[in-house]
Design a binder for this molecule. Structure first.
Ligand SMILES: [Zn+2]
Length: 329
């Protein structure tokens, strides 16, 4: 089995957004230690709208300049160490500002589909170019911010232009259309990868792009009760290192606690306890790939310890890969 550990490298988008030290730098450094120990590498999906704003505002605000320097240094380290830094777009950064103290998030235009055709093309091209400037590497893989990449036909042309070959946004069965979100993956192929053209969820032979879906898992209500209660009872182990709050997801918490929910397989917090089950489920289906989602901001000390154990247990019988490894093949 090929295992892809992927991390969305970003702040929170609620109020407050959290600090760069706690949401990005500190947890990513802990992840780097685990990587060095096992010689296993991650794919980071870097929130390039954030990089753009750091670049734009660093000369205006000393606080942004400090933040810029921290992120710049860390991305240089990640690239030098062999991690893969690929494209993640949260286009609402186009509408955000800094007041000298903190970021002011405006998330009304949260997904690319909320923008005009001209803006979509400009954003995708510009962000890919910014990322290449930061990493010195080619951009070939994409993950949408907040899983929102539908309808794909609106961004297809821009993806072709920048040479995107892989996308890893879909998680089978996922659907959420409240608040600023829109995604619907209820009708996607039952496969661990497929080719597609204008519709993310429609496999087409010889399609221009490859979808490597994030694995999914049906988490029970009991799982969410445990997750919320452990965060309260044992915050040192179970509270995320990130110090911000997410954007609102109306109705989500209630649904989790009463009905449970099909969500991405994740290495975040308590979700890490289901990784073994996710891999076994995929093996039973005959899948050759498992993509796992994570966020430095949502790392807990518990999750880091479990990740370390998970890698130690599986590094000899599975292959841990980044998306750049696929390009090399
Ligand atoms: Zn994101």
């Amino acid at each position: 089995m090929q295992l892809f550990l992927t991390y969305d490298y970003e702040l929170f988008f609620g109020e407050p957004t959290g600090t760069v030290e706690k949401c990005i730098i500190e947890p990513t450094n802990l992840l780097r230690e685990i990587s060095k120990k096992h010689q296993v590498f991650y794919t980071f999906f870097v929130d390039v709208g954030y990089l753009k704003q750091l670049q734009l505002l660093k000369d205006q605000y000393p606080k942004v300049a400090e933040e810029y320097q921290l992120v710049k240094t860390q991305i240089d380290q990640l690239v030098a160490e062999g991690h893969d830094c690929q494209l993640h777009i949260h286009p609402h950064w186009e509408d955000c500002s800094h007041d000298g103290e903190k970021w002011n998030m405006i998330t009304d235009r949260y997904k690319l589909d909320d923008f005009s055709d001209e803006d979509i093309e400009r954003i995708v091209l510009e962000y890919a170019q910014i990322l290449t400037q930061w990493t010195g590497k080619a951009v070939h893989t994409y993950r949408a911010g907040g899983w929102c990449l539908q309808p794909f036909e609106r961004v297809q042309k821009a993806f072709s232009k920048i040479g995107i070959k892989y996308d890893t946004t879909v998680f089978p069965g996922g659907k959420f259309t409240a608040g600023n979100y829109y995604y619907d993956f209820t009708n996607c192929p039952n496969k661990s990868k497929w080719q597609f053209n204008s519709d993310l969820c429609k496999a087409e032979e010889n399609g221009e792009f490859w979808e490597y879906p994030i694995s999914n898992y049906n988490y029970s209500p009991l799982f969410f009760w445990r997750l919320f209660i452990l965060g309260r009872l044992k915050p040192k182990q179970h509270k995320p290192i990130g110090d911000g709050y997410p954007m609102a997801s109306p109705g989500l918490r209630k649904k989790m606690l009463t009905k449970g929910m099909n969500l991405s397989a994740a290495v975040d917090g308590y979700f890490v306890t289901k990784l073994g089950a996710v891999v076994r489920k995929n093996q039973r289906k005959g899948f050759e790939e498992t993509v796992i989602l994570g966020h430095p901001k949502a790392c807990t000390h518990f999750a880091l310890r479990k990740l370390d154990q998970f890698i130690a247990k599986h590094k000899n019988n599975h292959q841990f890969l980044t998306f750049s490894d696929l390009v090399k093949e």
